[in-house]
Design a binder for this molecule. Structure first.
Ligand code: MG
Length: 428
């Protein structure tokens, strides 16, 4: 079963959904998805040099070839996004060729449906961010009248981009912001989700500096107040997580985590930058609020230190980044050794989401899988071979069809394609 083609298409959604299509000489085609990065499809195309002609079923060996090929580009980052997209497509082919669902190749299922948590951003629908995380307004969003969000604060400080990210940003009055958060939370609870996540790292009039990673007492009170409003609105039967996008230093992250202890969070995500495991461990040790991280860690080696230093309570790997689904299975097994749960990060289209669903069904220590696309009106339209909607009452039912169990509707994808990118066999 020889690989004959590796093609990509980018769908301009809330992020760039980068779809990988692998074809074989048997006529079987596999679908995968890679987490966005600037220039990513160029990396995937480079893999053709050594993957064409290989047996598509030698998944792990082909991943090792891709890792070797990216050796000079480092042990983390976009090379692993590319590997993840190709690897998932290979598993789809393996499943189809054996006439078995993908989860069977990841150890078999522990559950028939996978719990989904809804990412609710900062109480508003996120419109769209470019691969360099600048706000943009795709055609479909223009039609919806969505406005650019000008207040994103979820990046490491970079002076040269500061004006664009923070220039003209408006902070909302605390009471308006709390109303928006609560309205969004109540709506998602009504739709059946049993776990929600909100961003609390939003600009406020109480902030003194965009770059020094500190929080004023009033900012901490504002954030804890938002969390309290959410908890009051959704009650105790819906789990609540909050995200800080690596923005704070150790001391203020501890203050924030402690201020949230009364609200029994499912987790507090990425309070400090991802590079320093000991800094994260200090936060984790200092609070009863569970601390989660992982979406900026790659392959098992980068998760090893997090686990061995007991720096984290919940792992949140992104299976469109980690280096593949099998690598995700290994990371989950490492977490299981420490009796830690895995709550995978996920911002992908139905293709990546479903690949993650198969893995989440197959790992014992699974908690909940993210869904980030509530603001994308065509999410379900991209799926062929399954009755919409994909998510029902906060769960995705595990498909029993061979491979991934869904196909990309290429006609719909074409409608939302990113211009300037190849659309599978059609050049840019
Ligand atoms: Mg996050």
């Amino acid at each position: 079963m020889r690989i004959t083609k590796i093609e990509t298409a980018v769908i301009e959604a809330n992020y760039d959904w980068t779809i990988v299509k692998v074809a074989t000489d048997t006529g079987l085609v596999g679908w995968g998805e890679a987490f966005f990065a600037p220039g990513l499809t160029g990396v995937i195309r480079e893999f053709r040099e050594f993957l064409l002609g290989e047996d598509a079923r030698d998944v792990d060996r082909l991943c090792r070839l891709m890792r070797t090929a990216m050796g000079a580009a480092g042990t983390s980052g976009m090379g692993f996004h590319a590997i993840s997209g190709v690897e998932a497509a290979l598993w789809d082919i393996v499943g189809k060729s054996a006439n078995m669902p993908l989860y069977q190749f990841l150890g078999g299922k522990y559950r028939d449906r996978v719990r989904i948590y809804a990412d609710c951003h900062a109480g508003h629908g996120l419109s769209s961010l470019s691969p360099v995380l600048l706000p943009r307004t795709p055609g479909w969003a223009k039609k919806q009248g969505q406005k650019k969000e000008r207040w994103r604060k979820d990046l490491p400080a970079r002076a040269e981009l500061s004006t664009k990210f923070h220039g003209g940003q408006k902070s909302e009055a605390p009471s308006i912001r709390a109303q928006n958060y609560v309205r969004h939370a109540v709506e998602m609870k009504r739709r059946g989700f049993t776990a929600l996540k909100f961003d609390v790292d939003v600009p406020s009039e109480y902030s003194l500096d965009d770059y020094n990673r500190t929080l004023t007492r009033k900012e901490i009170d504002l954030m804890a107040g938002l969390v309290g409003s959410l908890r009051k609105a959704i009650g105790k039967d819906v789990d609540l997580a909050i995200d800080c996008h690596w923005n704070y230093g150790v001391n203020d992250a501890i203050k924030l985590a402690r201020a949230c202890e009364a609200y029994d969070l499912l987790w507090l995500e990425d309070p400090v930058p991802p590079e320093n495991t000991d800094a994260l461990r200090r936060v984790t040790d200092a609070t009863t609020t569970p601390i989660a991280t992982g979406e900026n860690h790659y392959q098992r080696h980068h998760f090893r230190e997090l686990l061995e230093r007991e720096a984290v309570d919940i792992l949140a790997p992104d299976f469109q980044k980690t280096g593949g689904l099998l690598e995700g299975r290994r990371i989950a097994d490492m977490a299981e050794v420490h009796y830690l749960a895995v709550a995978p990060h996920n911002i992908s289209s139905p293709i990546g989401t479903m690949a993650s669903v198969h893995l989440c069904a197959a790992i014992p220590n699974f908690l909940a899988l993210e869904w980030h696309a509530a603001s994308v009106p065509f999410f379900d339209d991209l799926v062929k071979g399954r009755r919409a909607p994909l998510i029902q009452k906060g769960y995705i039912t595990l498909p029993e069809k061979p491979g991934l169990g869904i196909e990309l509707d290429e006609q719909v994808a074409y409608k939302y394609r990113k211009h300037g990118e190849p659309f599978f066999d059609q050049p840019a």
